[in-house]
Design a protein around this ligand. Sequence first.
Ligand code: NDP
Length: 453
Amino acid sequence: MSRYDYDLITLGAGSGGVAGSRYAASKGVRVAICEDSRVGGTCVIRGCVPKKLFMYGAQFSDAFADAAGYGWTVPEPSFDLAVLAAAKAKETDRLEGIYRKLLADSGVTLIDGRGRLLDAHTVDIGGKRVTAERILIATGGKPAAPAIPGIELALTSNELLDLTERPARLLVLGAGYIAVEFAGIFRGFGSAVTVAYRGDAPLRGFDEDLRRRLATELGNRGVALEAGFAPAGIERVGAEFIVRSADGRELRADAVLNALGRVPNSRGIGLEEAGVEIDAKTGAVVVDGFSRTTLPGVFAVGDVTNRVALTPVAIAEARAFVDTEFGNTPRHIDHSLIASAVFSQPPIGSIGLSEEAAKARGLRVTVFESDFRPMKNTISGRTERSYMKLVVDSTTDKVLGLHMIGTDAGELVQGFAVAITMGATKADFDRTIAVHPTAGEEFVLMRTPRKAG
Ligand code: NDP
């Protein structure tokens, strides 16, 4: 008999926590998981899933507009966010039910309540002490609140997903994933949207050609861009919000979205007190390649570790932890090559190095690109273009980066990610027969490199 109540206690029933707990239970491990909010975490309840449902809702505005070119007469469409919000809530409720059932069916004990680490083997959950041989911290992250006076007046993505009425004017602060995704969504709903960011283009870190094109396409969709806008204060005057920048500019809106990044949920749960190191600057739980914290027996995965804040990464880290600790198969996750999609309008799909990052590493690269108007946009009259780019190592012929902005970019990059993960060369792309007529075929039909300079 073990001297502990469980073999594993997981703090946080989000993507990483649920995946790790279920996988461990499937190996005969006695697992408890605690959660003080809804089961499913950020992705299912207030992130990826509801965001994508909202995105689908917003895309109907394009479909109605494009239909005329294809012979359809559509009466003046109108949109009711309350209807979509209710349908979204119903769907997230359904998914939460599924998550709860999956936990129960796999034999994981779900304990409602906030977990607080007391020592390497003890967690306090709502006043009750529960012990385990190992503890997994999977508490995720939350919207950051930078020290900007009045920042509390801004909504975060959490509240934006619960709105039942669209704001007439939405001001988005920041230009990361969340900023550009919600800008596209609320523009599709019919709001006047402004995106204000301190840099010179959206999506810092992405390939410059994608960033530039996204800015152009956002502009073409009527999203106002305020580059170089470092927010210095938010004020409410009557029903209106006024945001001032450090250089004295002023923007007005009916709602402001704080999309200024996310921070790990690592404070107030006893971690530091128990001996788990937290990075002072980022708030991330410090872990090694095996997700071990500085306190033996305590592990952490997902957004709370601030490695790559994506659901599939949290799940992969959690499964690797289980294989290592309970499956006798120690393994790391490779964080260096991870595909991602940004569900902006148009969307972005990307894997590997940007041209700039490759050059910064001192690599000699050859760039192939394709810039075209998708077939669907020809007779609809939509001017939106798609752009694809391959960054190829001139010495080895290996494809270092694959990038796209345009319809279905997220879907396309998932398939190509397999090839890139396998180390595909440009010659591999060249000998692949195209699927016609598709947009994806462009990736295997690029023959002429872009001229240097
Ligand atoms: P990001 O880190 O992507 O973007 C944060 C934005 O806020 C940047 O534009 C940043 O500017 C700006 N910013 C931060 N602090 C300040 C400040 N004090 N003043 C002015 N501007 C500031 O964060 P998100 O919250 O959008 O997303 C968090 C993470 O969640 C992402 O990195 C991603 O991993 C994940 N995510 C993934 C999605 C997907 O896969 N589709 C969707 C949503 C989130 P600057 O660039 O200049 O630093």
